[in-house]
Design a protein around this ligand. Structure first.
Ligand code: PGA
Length: 265
């Protein structure tokens, strides 16, 4: 099945109005005509997950570009007395197309469980937003040889109870924790093996949804390593942290996912 490649930047807690302006303009100016055309034709998707206070700025700057903008988290609640939370409905108000949920930095720092992540993604689906569900094992699990079991359990818990259509609307980002921000990316073959495992797990719920779900790799993705990752049959794009803060580098990663420069799947 032909899946549209997807490259998303995750700015994390970085930026300012001024710096974002330069980064977004730089990114738009650095996209090749080929990538720009592929994005406008719907053959490639790319975008940025920005800190919530800058969603309006991202929406304003990116509205006519074809690039996507989204948030880095979303509440599991609909509305009400939940100080500091941001609802899926509010994200929709800023015309976000997607939001990350379950990033390991939130699972670790805010003690988010897979069950909570599942409820957050439910809110996104109810509001027509694309959930990008992050999963990934810590180094200890990889060293013990239990990385696949760990990730499969995260996928199972987060997707429990979804119907076929909801499942097909998900994006999953496999981000081994030991590869995030360390400069130590998973090898393309290790990443491919985990992506195939995730797709196999999804196929237990629905064969056709499993073929439709895009599985992104994240963890120290750079322009120099992106093409090799994207050449793998089950790697449908990337979630890019540090390198997405550099307009040229990020544009080069997007270029590597361009269908004409990379015969994807
Ligand atoms: P990194 O972050 O690219 O800086 O490793 C990826 C992420 O955490 O999404």
């Amino acid at each position: 099945m032909q899946r549209v490649p997807l490259v998303l930047g995750n700015w994390k807690m970085n930026g300012s109005v001024q710096a974002n302006e330069a980064l977004l303009q730089g990114l738009l100016g650095s996209l090749s005509p080929q990538a720009d055309a592929a994005i406008k034709q719907g053959d490639l998707q790319a975008g940025v997950a920005v800190p919530a206070p800058y969603l309006f700025q991202a929406a304003t700057r990116l509205r006519s570009s074809g690039l996507l903008w989204g948030a880095q988290d979303c509440s599991n609640e609909i509305a009400g007395a939940f100080t500091g939370e941001i609802s899926a409905d509010m994200l929709k108000d800023f015309d976000c197309q997607f939001a990350l949920v379950g990033h390991s930095e939130r699972r670790e720092r805010a003690a988010e469980s897979s069950d909570l992540v599942g409820r957050k993604l439910g809110q996104l689906l109810n509001n027509g937003l694309m959930p990008v569900v992050c999963v990934g094992e810590p180094l200890s699990e990889r060293e013990q040889g239990s990385a696949e079991d760990f990730v499969v359990e995260q996928v199972r818990a987060a997707t429990k109870g979804l119907d076929e259509q909801q499942l097909a609307a998900l994006v999953i980002a496999y981000e081994p924790i030991w590869a995030i921000g360390t400069g130590r990316s998973a090898s393309s073959s290790d990443a491919q093996a985990m992506h195939a495992t995730i797709r196999h797990e999804l196929s237990q719920q629905s064969q056709s949804a499993a073929q439709a779900v895009r599985i992104l790799y994240g963890g120290s993705v750079k322009a120099a390593t992106a093409a090799e990752l994207f050449a793998q049959p089950d790697i449908d794009g990337a979630l890019v942290g540090g390198a997405s803060l550099d307009a040229t580098e990020f544009a080069n990663i997007i270029q590597s996912a361009c269908p004409a420069s990379q015969s994807l799947h």
